[in-house]
Design a protein around this ligand. Structure first.
Ligand SMILES: Nc1ncnc2c1ncn2[C@@H]1O[C@H](COP(=O)(O)OP(=O)(O)OP(=O)(O)O)[C@@H](O)[C@H]1O
Ligand SMILES: [Mg+2]
Length: 265
């Protein structure tokens, strides 16, 4: 199989936080990973292991203590504006309509409001929001709100998208619909994606590769390539090859956690 060119390279990145009166806490410990051109890569790991921290570092919202972050070979550590980033609790502004929420990145890029609205309006049907341009966020379902936040992220118009648990708060059925929708959207646009999830099935269904993180401080326990054919649909989760991959992932997670517990503090 031909490997895609590297879009993102995270090189031995460590990050700690100061906790007033309680010293430092190490969130990430020498994490290295890559995302290739047009590749869908997931990070999976327990709560608090540093997944969101890693995305914040890649988005340039914070700087690593050690290591480097390269986009197409160029260091972007601490630099913003190079990626499309959907944070974990991305919220829509309640006082703005759906259309005016999603055009924010275009306005920030300096596009006139009229042109930004025109550009975004054309994309509403693709994001399942046809007829809702003038609605306010409280008038949308949970899935629609997430698709609006996703459209806003898409309109940042960067090649690499960082998505932090976009479906984490949705009910099981809506989540399946959203996964199907995302697979379709990704197939059309072929962006490079770095996707965070707690959900093993979701990671396998969507990804080309998966990195497993240890509990904090986050380290890479394992990397798994998902060779299941595309296009994929949520039905694939009942497939024998899918279940086998799920078992592999569970046992790698278990082994990694046990090894970590056995390490000297
Ligand atoms: N700004 C901050 N100041 C201090 N500590 C922080 C800060 N941000 C994160 N942390 C700590 O760093 C660790 C990693 O947090 P992070 O949010 O990256 O975890 P996560 O893997 O995204 O968890 P979850 O799956 O629950 O979203 C946690 O222990 C958290 O308390
Ligand atoms: Mg998080």
């Amino acid at each position: 199989m031909c490997m895609p060119a590297v879009r993102l390279a995270v090189k031995a990145v460590s990050k700690s936080y100061d906790r007033p009166g309680r010293g430092k806490i190490l969130a990430l410990d020498r994490v290295s990973l890559t995302v290739g051109e047009g590749e869908f890569v997931s990070l999976i790991g327990p709560s608090g292991c540093g997944k969101s921290t890693l995305l914040e570092l890649v988005a340039g919202l914070a700087r690593p203590d050690q290591g480097d972050i390269l986009l197409q070979g160029r260091s972007v550590a601490g630099c913003r504006g190079h990626v499309s980033y959907m944070p974990q609790n991305d919220v829509l502004f309640p006082w703005r309509t759906v259309l005016d929420n999603v055009i924010l990145p275009l306005q920030l890029q300096g596009m006139a409001t009229k042109e930004a609205r025109q550009t975004a309006r054309q994309l509403l049907p693709l994001f399942g929001l046809a007829g809702f341009a003038d609605s306010y966020p409280h008038m949308l379902s949970g899935g629609m709100k997430q698709r609006a936040a996703f459209l806003r992220t898409y309109l940042c118009r960067q090649e690499l998208m960082l998505l932090d648990e976009p479906f984490g708060k949705l009910d099981a059925l809506t989540k399946i619909q959203m996964q199907e929708w995302l697979l379709d959207i990704w197939q059309r646009f072929q962006h490079s994606v770095l996707f965070v999830t707690h959900d093993i099935e979701e990671a396998i269904l969507l990804s080309d590769r998966i990195y497993l993180f240890s509990p904090r401080p986050g380290r890479i326990l394992a990397e798994l390539t998902v060779t299941l054919p595309r296009p994929r649909s949520p039905r694939l989760t009942t497939d024998r090859a899918f279940i086998k991959l799920k078992e592999t992932l569970y046992s790698r997670l278990q082994t990694g956690f046990l090894e970590q517990e056995g390490e000297a503090p």
